[in-house]
Design a protein around this ligand. Structure first.
Ligand SMILES: [Mg+2]
Length: 124
């Protein structure tokens, strides 16, 4: 089944690393998008929804926490799977994100195996 992915991170280098790691994991997407912060990601989702978002937390303009909250309010992304990718690893923050509607959490540094493990459940 064809799947689409959006990578949201304020670092263009990190977006490239994430994209490369996703490819190494063996997961295949027929469409990939990128955004530099939460606000840009919301705008892109409004014009073309995606199945899975990999989202940084610390970003200018709109951070990952606010992005999750707003994405869950929009019809176009209410079923999108949102997996956070961050160096932040506090349990309170993770619990807050999950209760706001995030579907998973990957800590940096990550491996292809970690992406495979966290994304495979959402690939059917
Ligand atoms: Mg960042």
């Amino acid at each position: 089944m064809s799947k689409s992915l959006m990578i949201v991170d304020d670092s263009a280098t990190m977006r490239k690393i994430i994209m490369k790691t996703v490819r190494m994991s063996g997961l295949e997407f027929d469409r990939t998008e990128e955004a530099g912060n939460g606000a840009e990601a919301l705008e892109k989702l409004k014009s073309a929804a995606v199945d899975i978002v990999l989202c940084d937390i610390n970003m200018p303009e709109m951070n990952g926490v606010e992005f999750v909250k707003q994405a869950r309010q929009m019809d176009c992304s209410k079923n999108t799977k949102i997996i956070m990718v961050s160096t932040e690893s506090g349990q309170d923050l993770i619990d807050n994100l999950i209760s706001s509607g995030a579907n998973g959490y990957i800590t940096k540094p990550f491996t292809p195996e970690r992406f495979q493990e966290k994304l495979t459940p959402f690939m059917n």
